[in-house]
Design a protein around this ligand. Structure first.
Ligand SMILES: Cc1cc2nc3c(=O)[nH]c(=O)nc-3n(C[C@H](O)[C@H](O)[C@H](O)COP(=O)(O)OP(=O)(O)OC[C@H]3O[C@@H](n4cnc5c(N)ncnc54)[C@H](O)[C@@H]3O)c2cc1C
Length: 606
């Protein structure tokens, strides 16, 4: 009987309280409740959003973006290196969290990016371990013969989970542009990857999606993990419950502190739920640091400025923020070579027909994003890439001499430089969106477009996220400090040039009528830089704000995800990722949720 009233949520202590019913949070809660002898309560600030077609029907990318019923719609502070823009950071609100709003790309990171976690001081966080937990979270449904006939999709079942909660498959609907993308990227020298789920994603390949092939609907943490276990008597969920802070027991000597309860508001009234064993904070990379600070955990000066009494001094809370960013190139397609793109959904008649087809498991409403390519920076322009990396290394050397880098950052940057120098490890990502990417241009009815996104996935710039007042409902101050490091902009310029070259390469070339964004007038490096700043978007993949690192190196949690200085507070969301990964992060969020439950079980069995 998981959906409970606020009275039921507060009348007794729970063994485990999970703050945030999102991607990692629900994975953790459901795994913890596998043991019938413990009680688990999930507090989620948003609504339940059950069976909502706006969430569950694919093909309508971005349908919930900016809608306060589904989206926290955070904003950054003005970004001085990006024309002073205040940029929107969407995040899912409601059960499922961001897994209920994302764009379905089911991607596992390159092995080297996960091994980097271990190299930074986190024993046990390596690719072999990641693979095990990631398999546990998915059920892969191999594509139908029809799908493999349309676009060759190869896979290796050894690397796929076959009985996990999230349903994963290859979309049955392929866009004709997908074939052109694949052939064009191969013609530009990229590898064809046979299986991108075994730790090597370097090349061009077809991605799986978190789609349930039974009815071609979204598979999220809500309908994957939670709903099938909805009848568990020991698992309770309260929605519309906005957590403000955790309550720490008074300090006793030098001992680590115990969390005794969680404070939250429900319909304007403040409540407290008592905790018997542990709290798992899974409010996402933007709200988790805010909740820590409102609880008195973080930098004493930041906390005192909120009017809150500092309790645990942790300099890393809200620091080391890293964000994926991207630019989009949009072109209009030649009507002589017709493609059924997502732009057709602008026509209400077409959209109605597509809905009817979805009910039959066909048409664009069954589609996901399919075409992905990852490659090292060297592959764009060897000489330029070496120049960019050498320049970065000189800057880092100077910063080391001046002693201006935050604790632990030097080690991260040295590792990033070695990854950039490694000719096997991909740094860049390009994807195809079969249509005008939402919000980028005003598409004209009757025309078809193709968008190519260039992603910067190993950013050098570091930002911060901090509470700005004592109101838990107000958004924290988000400052990613985009392009604080010139390297990020320089890499994106190279990346843009590579992506643009795709339009000059067959077979894509023959189907492109003209470039719409940025258009032919944008040619010189300085014009390209201006375009990149104007067009830049967040990819909504923030990490690092509660980094898993040694405490002296700015760490907030240890390798078992326990917050330093506490006995029973862990964090399970992507805020703990210490160094960004070259992959869309939902698979990693699930791994984090799976792992925290195991850490807790192991500790309770001691
Ligand atoms: C538009 C968009 C598209 C994306 N597309 C992809 C994609 O295609 N593939 C991919 O891999 N990744 C994608 N991502 C990113 C990915 O989905 C997320 O990184 C991942 O789901 C984050 O998981 P999480 O557990 O860290 O946080 P979340 O899933 O965001 O969970 C946090 C939860 O905590 C709740 N919460 C927050 N504050 C409180 C509070 N005070 N009290 C109670 N509850 C609270 C939130 O409502 C939410 O439910 C996308 C993200 C966005 C925004």
């Amino acid at each position: 009987m998981p959906f409970i009233s606020v009275e039921e949520a507060t009348h007794k202590p729970y063994d485990f309280v999970v703050i945030g019913g999102g991607t990692a949070g629900l994975a953790a809660a459901v795994r913890l409740s596998e043991s019938p002898s413990v009680t688990v309560l999930v507090l989620e600030a948003g609504r339940a959003n059950l069976d909502d077609p706006k969430i569950n029907i694919p093909g309508q990318f971005g349908a919930t973006l900016g809608d306060p019923e589904y989206d926290w719609a955070f904003f950054t502070v003005k970004q001085e290196n990006v024309n002073n823009r205040e940029m929107i950071w969407s995040r899912g609100k409601g059960l499922g969290g961001t897994s209920a709003m994302n764009f379905y790309a089911w991607i596992k990171p390159p092995a080297e990016d996960i091994n980097a976690f271990e190299q930074l001081g986190n024993p046990g966080w390596n690719w072999e371990d990641f693979k095990k937990y990631s398999k546990r979270s998915e059920t892969f449904h191999p594509p139908t013969e029809e799908a493999t006939g349309t676009l060759a999709h190869t896979y290796n079942l050894e690397h796929r989970g076959m009985s996990g909660p999230v349903q994963v498959t290859i979309s049955s609907y392929f866009h004709t542009l997908d074939t052109l993308f694949k052939e064009t990227t191969v013609n530009m020298g990229l590898n064809t990857v046979q299986d991108p789920y075994g730790g090597d994603i370097n090349g061009t390949w077809i991605a799986s999606a978190n789609l349930n092939p039974k009815d071609w609907t979204r598979s999220s943490s809500a309908n994957g993990y939670l709903f099938p276990n909805i009848e568990r008597p020991n698992l309770s969920v309260l929605t519309d419950a906005m957590v403000s802070r955790v309550i720490l027991e008074p300090k006793e000597g030098e001992q680590d502190r115990t969390v005794s309860g969680v404070e939250f508001s429900y319909k304007g009234i403040t409540y407290l739920v008592k905790v018997a064993k542990e709290v798992v904070l899974s409010a996402g990379a933007i709200k988790s640091p805010q909740i820590l600070e409102l609880s008195g955990i973080g930098q004493p000066a930041v906390i005192a400025a909120l009017g809150v009494e500092p309790q645990i001094n942790l300099s890393g809370v809200g620091e080391n923020v890293q964000e994926h960013i991207f630019n989009t190139l949009v072109c209009e397609l030649d009507p002589a070579t017709p493609h059924e793109t997502l732009d057709l959904l602008l026509d209400p008649e077409y959209a109605v027909k597509a809905q009817a087809l979805h009910a039959l498991g066909q048409g664009v409403y069954t589609s996901s994003l399919t075409s992905f390519a990852y490659f090292p920076l060297h592959q764009i322009d060897f000489k330029e890439s070496i120049a960019i990396i050498d320049k970065l290394e000189k800057v880092v050397d100077a910063q080391e001499k001046q002693g201006v880098l935050a604790p632990g950052l030097l080690e991260q940057l040295r590792l990033q430089i070695s990854i950039l120098r490694d000719e096997r490890v991909p740094d860049c990502e390009v994807i195809l969106y079969p249509g005008a990417f939402p919000g980028k241009i005003s598409p004209e009815l009757g025309k078809s477009y193709c968008s190519l996104g260039s992603f910067l996935n190993h950013p050098i710039s570091r930002g911060s996220i901090h509470a700005q007042n004592s109101d838990p409902a107000s958004h924290p101050k988000i400052d990613p400090r985009y392009f604080e490091s010139d390297t990020d902009l320089e890499i994106l310029v190279q990346h843009f040039k590579f992506t643009r070259k795709m339009l000059e390469t067959e077979p894509l070339k023959s189907t492109v009528l003209c470039e719409v964004l940025p258009g032919p007038k944008c040619q010189t490096d300085s014009q390209i830089k201006e375009f990149l700043k104007k067009d830049l978007s967040s990819t909504w993949h923030t990490v690092g704000s509660c980094s898993m690192l040694p405490r002296k190196k700015g760490g907030v949690v240890d390798p078992q995800l326990k917050v330093y200085g506490t006995k029973n507070l862990r964090i399970a969301d992507i805020s703990i990722i210490p160094l960004h990964i070259n992959a869309h992060p939902q698979t990693t969020a699930y791994v984090i949720g799976e792992k925290v439950a195991v850490f807790i079980k192991v500790d309770s069995d001691k």
